[in-house]
Design a protein around this ligand. Structure first.
Ligand code: SF4
Length: 213
C-alpha cells in the first residue's frame, strides 16, 4: 500500500535518479525497503568480498544478515574482539569488492553529503572498494547542499551521538550542533561527492521510506 513517504518518493525519484545518472552514478528507485534489499543483492557479483560502514539504514532493512546468508565473504568490524581489531577490519574493508553504506544526505540535484568521525566510511565511498552501494531513504533528500549541512549537523549527528551514547560533544548536551572539537566529535570529515569518477562504481538506491536519520 502506498504511504505518504512512497508517494513523495515517487514524485521525487524520476528527477533525482536522472540527476544522479548525469553524475555517472548508477541510480535506482525502490518503493520500499524489501525491494531495495533485493535490488542491492542483485548488484553484488557472485564471490564478492562485502564490507559495510556503520549505518542505521542498513541495520533497519536487514541487508547485513541477507548478505551473510547469501554466502558472500563478509568483513564485519562489529565482530571485532577489541578496538584494535575493529580498526584493522575497517582498513580491510577499504579493499573489499563491494562496500554497503547509506548517505547522510543527497541533494535534489544529486550531490552526496557525508559526515564521518574517523573517516573510514567516507574513505571507502571515495576510493578503495571496487563498488559502493548506497541505500538511502527519501528522508535523506534535501533541496540544497546548505540544507544538507543543516540537516546533518542539527539532526542526524546529534541523534547519532545519542545512539552511540557519547556525552562530550556540544550536541550531546543541546541537541544542536555547537561546532565542537571534542575528541568524541563525529564530524571530523565532511565530504561532498559530486560524481562517480569511475562511471557506475557508486550505485545508489533511493527508497520510498523514511530510513535511518
Ligand atoms: S556538536 Fe560536534 S559532534 Fe555534534 S554535530 Fe556539531 S560538530 Fe558534530
Amino acid at each position: 500500500m502506498a504511504t505518504v513517504f512512497s508517494k513523495r518518493g515517487a514524485l521525487i525519484a524520476p528527477t533525482l535518479v536522472a540527476n544522479l545518472k548525469a553524475r555517472k552514478f548508477d541510480a535506482y528507485y525502490a518503493a520500499d525497503a524489501a525491494e531495495a534489499v533485493e535490488k542491492a543483492l542483485s548488484l553484488i557479483p557472485k564471490g564478492s568480498i562485502v564490507a559495510w560502514g556503520g549505518s542505521t539504514t542498513l541495520d533497519q532493512i536487514g541487508i547485513k544478515d541477507r548478505v551473510s546468508k547469501e554466502g558472500f565473504t563478509v568483513i564485519d568490524r562489529d565482530k571485532a574482539k577489541d578496538p584494535q581489531e575493529r580498526v584493522e577490519l575497517s582498513r580491510k574493508g577499504l579493499l573489499s569488492d563491494v562496500y554497503l553504506t547509506s548517505s547522510n544526505a543527497i541533494t535534489e540535484d544529486g550531490i552526496l553529503v557525508n559526515i564521518d568521525g574517523f573517516g573510514n566510511r567516507v574513505a571507502a565511498m571515495t576510493f578503495g572498494p571496487k563498488n559502493v552501494i548506497i541505500i538511502a531513504g527519501i528522508n535523506k533528500i534535501t533541496k540544497t547542499v546548505e540544507e544538507a549541512y543543516l540537516r546533518i549537523r542539527n539532526y542526524a549527528a546529534p541523534l547519532n551521538v545519542a545512539r552511540i551514547g557519547l556525552t562530550k560533544t556540544a550536541c550531546a548536551n543541546t541537541g544542536f550542533c555547537g561546532d565542537c572539537k571534542s575528541d568524541e566529535c563525529v564530524c571530523s570529515f565532511i565530504v561532498h561527492t559530486r560524481m562517480s569518477k569511475v562511471a557506475g562504481r557508486t550505485k545508489i538506491i533511493i527508497v520510498g521510506e523514511n530510513l535511518g536519520y
